[in-house]
Every structure is written in C-alpha cells, then in structure tokens.
Write a protein that binds this ligand. Structure first.
Ligand code: ADP
Ligand code: MG
Length: 228
C-alpha cells in the first residue's frame, strides 16, 4: 500500500481465524491503521489480495465488505454525534449482514448501553461509553471478522478488563478478531497470536509469550523467579 511515493505496507501477509483473537502491535507510523484500511476496503493497495473465507474480495467496496461480514472500529472516534446511542447502533446493524431487528437490543444489552444512556446523543459521552458505542455499532452488523483499532485507548483499568471479557466471549462464539493495541498487557491476556509490525512490514509473529518482551513484563517475570 502506497500513499503517493511512500510505501506504507510492504509484503504484509496475515490470516485471521474464526474463534481466535489476532493482534497487531508496533510503533506509531508502522502501518497498523493502514492495514485495517486495506482489509476494510477504505483504501486500495497497489498490489496484493484480501480474501474472506476463500473468496477474493479485493475489488469490493468497503460497504460490500461490511455486508459480507467485515466490521471495524476506527482509531479516531467515528460515531454520528447527533444521533443517540441506540440510533448509532441501529446504523451499524443496517450496514451489516441481513439482520434480525433484535440484534440492536441484544448488542445494547451486551455492552451495558440499554439503560437511559441509549437515548442520549453520542456527542459529549465519556470516552469509555463512546468506545462501547463504537464497538456496539460494529457488532450490530453481525460481523464474522471484527477489526478493532486501539479499542482500549482512553479506557480505565476496569473498562479494559470489561472490554477484554467481551472480546474473549466474541471469539469463543466463533468470531475472528484482529486488534491493533498499544496496551501490551491487554494483548498478552487476549491474543492467540501477535504480529509485530515495523515500518510497514511484519517482523515477528507468534503467541504473545514468544513475541512480547516489554521491560515491565520481563522484570515481573524475573522478580517471580527470584530464589527464595
Ligand atoms: P499506525 O496506525 O501504525 O500508527 P498508519 O497506518 O496510520 O500507522 O500510518 C503508516 C504510515 O503511513 C505513516 O508514516 C503515516 O504518516 C502514513 N500515512 C498514513 N495515512 C496516510 C495518508 N492518508 N497519506 C499519506 N501518508 C499516510
Ligand atoms: Mg494507527
């Protein structure tokens, strides 16, 4: 994927699998969001293919991919500010796969948005609530593949724990999740496979224990292994 002459993604190859959480980590500017744009169809790579369940979907628009079951959230919030929480979720449902009208209610309930907050406009909601609205909007489309761009950004510890529980449940139900995330503790606790991206390339892939070696984690491990 190029932006003008700049190569943002170079030979990236990865697979996301139903029932699994895959993660992409790496420094700012590595190309993580660009990868999501390529998968979701909002940008078009110069070369390469995107396929879903064996079908080549490279020529398809973002809208067509959403209807086939690829849903995403954005790094920058992308709710409709004047619509209510419930209306935002309904928009997500209408963009997705053929849906059961109860999907909106079920999704609101799953994310704890079925109380009075459902009738509030999205604008002005606290970050944690806004993040749940974004996730609910994506989920209401009944995706097979869910792409989450920094879902824990701006969340407090309790909110991150609640998010992790929901994402694990979705994977356990058979959804394929791909998460870009800076919170490596969340990634370590959530992901089945981690891809490390730097300067537009995947430089390492594997289970979290084999590819994540942050100083905090190493020191915690070392501490644990101190002789008695
Ligand atoms: P990440 O999400 O890993 O921080 P991005 O995918 O946002 O990285 O960006 C990867 C690289 O592509 C960065 O160098 C960024 O400046 C560049 N880039 C991203 N979007 C555009 C764009 N629309 N036009 C030009 N360059 C872009
Ligand atoms: Mg990004």
């Amino acid at each position: 994927m190029r932006y003008g002459g700049f190569v943002a993604l170079d030979g990236v190859e990865l697979e996301v699998v139903a029932g699994r959480v895959s993660a992409v980590v790496g420094p700012n500017g590595a190309g993580k969001s660009t990868l999501f744009h390529c998968l979701a169809g909002t940008v078009r790579p110069a070369r390469g293919t995107v396929s879903l369940g064996g079908r080549d979907i490279t020529p398809l628009s973002a809208q067509a991919r959403t209807r086939l079951g690829i849903a995403r959230t954005f790094q920058q919030s992308a709710v409709f500010p004047t619509l209510t929480v419930a209306e935002n979720v309904r928009v997500g449902a209408e963009q997705g796969r053929p849906w059961d009208p109860r999907a909106v209610e079920r999704t609101l309930r799953l994310l704890g948005l079925d109380g009075p907050v459902r009738a509030r406009p999205a604008t002005g909601l606290p970050t944690g609530t806004l993040r749940r609205v974004e996730l609910a909007r994506a989920l209401a489309a009944a995706p097979r593949v869910l792409l989450l761009d920094e879902p824990a950004a701006g969340l407090d510890t309790a909110e991150v724990t609640a998010l992790a529980r929901i994402l694990k449940a979705l994977a356990a139900d058979g959804m394929a999740l791909l998460v870009v995330e800076h919170d490596l503790d969340l990634v370590a606790g959530l992901a089945d496979i981690v891809h490390v991206m730097t300067a537009g390339r995947i430089v390492a892939s594997g289970p979290p224990g084999s590819v994540l070696h942050t100083p905090e984690r190493r020191s915690a491990r070392d501490h644990h292994h101190l002789p008695a």
